[in-house]
Design a protein around this ligand. Structure first.
Ligand SMILES: *[C@@H]1O[C@H](CO)[C@@H](O)[C@H](O)[C@H]1NC(C)=O
Ligand SMILES: *[C@@H]1O[C@H](CO)[C@@H](O)[C@H](O)[C@H]1NC(C)=O
Ligand SMILES: *[C@@H]1O[C@H](CO)[C@@H](O)[C@H](O)[C@H]1NC(C)=O
Ligand SMILES: *[C@@H]1O[C@H](CO)[C@@H](O)[C@H](O)[C@H]1NC(C)=O
Ligand SMILES: *[C@@H]1O[C@H](CO)[C@@H](O)[C@H](O)[C@H]1NC(C)=O
Ligand SMILES: *[C@@H]1O[C@H](CO)[C@@H](O)[C@H](O)[C@H]1NC(C)=O
Ligand SMILES: *[C@@H]1O[C@H](CO)[C@@H](O)[C@H](O)[C@H]1NC(C)=O
Ligand SMILES: *[C@@H]1O[C@H](CO)[C@@H](O)[C@H](O)[C@H]1NC(C)=O
Ligand SMILES: *[C@@H]1O[C@H](CO)[C@@H](O)[C@H](O)[C@H]1NC(C)=O
Length: 892
């Protein structure tokens, strides 16, 4: 009785939400000239688009694509807005919850031969400055829908259509739905969006897919497979415990495999090797289980355990999602019952998204504000939409930007012949990186303003062809005379008038006093520098003798700050090449590892400096990221991001942890490390040889992503044409390139050798030097077994889930190609990397197809995964650009 009251309240609550949910929806019928209206199919109120965009033209689709031939045409799609002008046109949405809010954005497109040309266009879609998707059509009646879930990076979000020269972009409908911002989380936090891939309502055979009780107005595709049975309930289900709020229509149905001992399999693939996916699976028990019944299952991805065990709660909707992205081309999700579960597994619904990382940055906000002010002041009629500089190559007409800084800056503004009138707008002075300003041939009046002097980078200023009065400010004239500024003004603004001459006289004393101030300043600087030099010479003598002091104050810390960060060196987490490594916390709570250089190490300071200088220059996701350093007198410290899973050596020598490392995980670690090295060798100019590649220097993040650390021994080549450098031999026994050791000639092939040893350790689980009766080097240990063609004896027996034999063979071949004794015959890192990626592909495909014969014996466990009998291909094939398109009838 009590329970049913609870449900009644929930239902009441649901209907209240239903009635109110549409207030903060933004629903735009693009190209609609009329007033807002309520769509009778969905009860959603659509607005015309005038408030969201000021470019483009309204169009109607051709009548042959409307009623009666297409009776189910959604009304908002019968008209559209097209953009024949400008290469980038944008809608600006302002979500009610503002900056940082999470929103689902859906754009719909129906060509319908609106322009009578019967030619399907193709164009790109951007969310703010980041590429979202390409819009392509199969035919004129094809409805293409693109959806993305993303955080508002500012108060507004720009949805931009970019003309690629393949036809005029257009859009039919645009919708934005606010989500609970604690849902749909990824490891990337707010710096990634989720591009829609699939959203399946499992087990439903009727319904519209778009339900009034979905508070987020998600559109679900109905899905049942012939090898599944459906189960459902009509009792209310509690969907309020989490923010995902699955609609009742979706959650009340589920599917289970017809053969209770088979798993439920779902499969999809893409063309992108590096495509990253997130899945959100919905579970609710819809059957009332008897006392002796149980339903318990595990979920795996490509054979690796993902979640579990899961026991769905009766009439309670729960959600599970992966915390680390699923990366690769082929993806198979298997839901299989545990041994003593009496009932088969179920699945109520699933959503699949592709990660879109926000790699591009928006324009520097002061520049955006200034140029927006210029736009409104002069009511500029150009197509100035979205971000001024981004996406790259699609900046506003008349603007040029510098993209080499962390945020793009506006460097050139050309408003020549743009019908400007009134005075020169003060906001122009806020474009502080401006190098070129052209306001010629307009109807500007008033003086040439003083504030133009504030533009310190200005090299070109053209004010010709205006009605400006008065004279040009002196600072500008002086810079022009010194040839620092190319100044073009109408002659009446130039000197010649009396008032101007008078001004020129005052210039002399000003210049004189400026000069004396300058002299004074130089004296002060020189004195200060001398004093500082003396001070540092006494404090850190041997350090400074070795070379330049390290630049950049930003990541410099004092010894006191290091004490604070490490809480007086409370926790030791390791002992590195040159001293002890401590755990610490930065002020903002981020965990760091602090490497203290031991004072007793004689060679220390030099390596310390090499490492700090290198770390300043190098940024790569597979190289340990550098937080800062301390060079207070005798206290030298390097501060890195903290890697909670320690180093690879520790992981491999701990039998508990290494038994959890599947072949696939090991391959991913090898690929990560290879990427880091490949970057040092081929991505850095000049190239860098690490000189101490070993498993102890490969650190593992929380997600087991590998990063290479310890650049203390790294050697930067002075130039490209001097590839071999004679040096004293450094490095770690077991990893040392024999040629380097014997001849002391160093090149990047020495790292390749060491990497080969690392790869062998990953395959075999053995250390570089194996201690049995005597000490044996790992290469010597593996070689005879390989000659005999027997690789099972060298495989790490702790890899319990087996592996694809061909993949391991290939990896062994790669390791051997790395460890040949002459460097000339050794592979390069880019070759190694591409081969390892092939290995990973082979290993991943093992779970997806039946492979005959020899591979069978290695599959120790997880036999059910290889069965494909009830595998459902729910997306036959998608390429990476079209991965998110959802074509077909617009669900209503
Ligand atoms: C739209 O509203 C009407 C009347 O309130 C209701 O009967 C109908 O079920 C609603 N349709 C949808 C799809 O919510
Ligand atoms: C589109 O159709 C509507 C209604 O049929 C009409 O009022 C409007 O003028 C048409 N727009 C264009 C651009 O033809
Ligand atoms: C148009 O394309 C859609 C999706 O590709 C397809 O379902 C539909 O049958 C096609 N229509 C025609 C008339 O070819
Ligand atoms: C959907 O199908 C189920 C049985 O398959 C039936 O009970 C239900 O009434 C149907 N719903 C609608 C809206 O047709
Ligand atoms: C958002 O979801 C979280 C849990 O997922 C919940 O605690 C919170 O109340 C939700 N917020 C709103 C506004 O619904
Ligand atoms: C169900 O699957 C199991 C394992 O794949 C198989 O052994 C059994 O024969 C199947 N049962 C039926 C009825 O197909
Ligand atoms: C995706 O899978 C389908 C069906 O198994 C296959 O035909 C297609 O070639 C695969 N595509 C890629 C890119 O691997
Ligand atoms: C299921 O089996 C495992 C071991 O196989 C056992 O630990 C567990 O208690 C069993 N659970 C039930 C409900 O029987
Ligand atoms: C410039 O502005 C003045 C005053 O507003 C106006 O009389 C004149 O016609 C304008 N000239 C042009 C070329 O627009």
């Amino acid at each position: 009785m009590k329970m049913s009251t609870g449900f009644f309240l929930l239902l009441l609550c649901a209907s209240l939400v239903h009635a109110q949910r549409r207030i903060d929806f933004i629903s735009i019928d693009c190209g609609s000239p009329s007033k807002p209206y309520e769509d009778t199919d969905t009860n959603i109120t659509y607005s015309p688009d005038g408030d969201y965009i000021d470019t483009g033209i309204n169009q109607n689709i051709s009548s042959e694509y409307m009623y009666p031939k297409y009776p189910n045409l959604p009304f908002p799609l019968s008209d559209l807005r097209s953009f024949p002008l400008g290469n980038k046109n944008c809608y600006t949405l302002r979500p009610e919850a503002g900056k940082g809010s999470l929103n689902l954005i859906r754009a719909s497109f129906l060509y319908g031969n609106y322009n009578g040309e019967s030619k399907l266009p193709e164009f790109d879609l951007y969310l703010d400055v980041n590429f979202w998707s390409t819009v392509r059509f199969g035919n004129a009646s094809d409805i293409v829908t693109k959806e993305i879930i993303g955080f508002a990076q500012s108060d507004s979000m720009h949805i931009c259509l970019v003309n690629k020269g393949l036809g005029t972009p257009f859009i039919s409908a645009l919708e934005s739905r606010p989500l609970n911002s604690s849902t749909y989380g990824t490891e990337y936090g707010t710096s990634a969006s989720l591009v829609f891939f699939k959203r399946l309502d499992i087990g439903s055979s009727n319904g519209t897919g778009r339900y009034g009780d979905d508070v987020y107005d998600r559109i679900w595709s109905l899905y049942v497979s012939p090898s599944w049975d459906t189960v459902s309930t009509s009792l209310p289900i509690n969907t309020y415990e989490n923010g995902y709020r699955a609609p009742f229509e979706v959650i009340k149905t589920a599917a289970r495999p017809q053969n209770g001992s088979e798993p439920l399999n779902l499969y999809w693939n893409t063309t992108g090797m590096d495509d990253q996916f997130y899945i959100f699976m919905y579970f609710a028990e819809v059957e009332h289980l008897a006392r002796n019944q149980s339903r318990k299952f595990n979920i795996s991805w490509n054979g690796s355990p993902l979640f579990g065990p899961v026991v769905p709660r009766y009439l309670q909707a729960d959600i599970v999602s992966n915390s680390r992205a699923l990366v690769g081309k082929d993806h198979q999700i298997s839901i299989y019952k545990t041994e003593n579960s009496t009932l088969p597994p179920i699945l109520n619904a699933i959503e699949v998204f592709k990660v879109m990382q926000l790699v591009e940055s928006p324009t520097f906000s002061e520049d955006v504000e200034a140029i927006t002010n210029v736009k409104t002041t002069y009511q500029i009629k150009k197509i100035w939409a979205g971000d001024p500089c981004g996406p790259k190559n699609f900046s506003w007409e008349g603007l040029k930007c510098n993209y080499s800084l962390s945020l793009p800056r506006i460097t050139s503004l050309n408003l020549n012949s743009s019908n400007l009138s009134g005075i020169i707008a003060a906001s122009i002075a806020n474009l502080s990186s401006l190098e070129s300003l052209d306001l010629s041939n307009n109807n500007l009046t008033g003086p040439v303003p003083q504030f133009l002097e504030e533009l310190k980078s200005l090299r070109i200023l053209n004010l010709k062809g205006n009605q400006l009065s008065g004279s040009v400010p002196n600072a500008l004239l002086e810079r022009s005379e010194a040839r620092l500024l190319a100044l073009s003004v109408d002659s009446q603004n130039l000197c010649g008038s009396d008032s101007c001459k008078k001004k020129k006289k005052i210039v002399v004393p000003i210049v004189a006093s400026l000069l004396s101030a300058l002299v004074l300043l130089i004296v002060v600087i020189v004195v200060w520098k001398l004093r500082r030099k003396r001070k540092t010479a006494t404090e850190g003598e041997n350090f400074n003798k070795t070379g330049r002091t390290i630049a950049s104050k930003k990541c410099q810390f004092t010894h006191e700050e290091v004490l604070e960060i490490t809480k007086n060196f409370q926790t030791v987490i390791g002992k590195g090449g040159f001293g002890i490594v401590y755990h610490g916390y930065m002020k903002d709570g981020t965990q760091v590892a602090v490497k203290m250089l031991s004072p007793s190490s004689s060679q220390g300071p030099r390596e310390f400096q090499t490492e700090a200088e290198l770390l300043m220059r190098i940024h790569h996701r597979n190289l340990a990221s550098f937080v800062g350093y301390c060079d207070d007198a005798d206290n030298l410290a390097l501060i890195y991001e903290y890697m909670p899973n320690g180093n690879l050596r520790g992981c491999l020598s701990d039998s508990d942890r290494s038994s959890l490392m599947t072949w696939e995980m090991r391959l991913r670690i090898a690929i990560d490390a290879a990427q880091g090295l490949e970057y040092l060798h081929h991505g850095c100019k000049p190239p860098i040889v690490h000189r101490d590649v070993k498993t102890a220097n490969i650190l593992l993040s929380e997600n087991l992503e590998a990063k290479i650390a310890d650049f203390g021994l790294s050697k930067v080549f002075p130039s490209d044409n001097e590839p071999d450098v004679v040096t004293t031999v450094m490095g770690t026994a077991g990893y040392l390139d024999p040629e380097y050791y014997n001849c002391q000639r160093l090149n990047e092939k020495s790292d390749v050798y060491s990497f080969g040893v690392v790869l062998l350790e990953l395959i075999t689980g053995q250390p570089a030097i194996i201690k049995s009766d005597e000490y044996v080097h790992i290469v010597e240990w593996v070689n005879p077994e390989l000659q005999r063609g027997d690789i099972t004896s060298v495989l790490d027996p702790r890899m319990q889930e087996g592996c694809d034999v061909n993949s391991v063979w290939k990896a062994l071949e790669v390791a051997m190609a790395c460890t040949t004794s002459t460097s000339q015959h050794r592979a390069t890192m880019d070759f190694v990397l591409s081969e390892l990626k092939r290995c990973l592909e082979m290993e991943l495909s093992r779970h997806l197809e039946r492979t005959p014969g020899s591979t069978e014996e290695l599959r120790v466990r997880f036999a059910p995964y290889t069965s494909t009998s009830s595998t459902e291909v729910f997306s036959m094939y998608t390429d990476s650009t079209n991965a998110d398109s959802m074509t077909g009838p617009f669900p209503r």
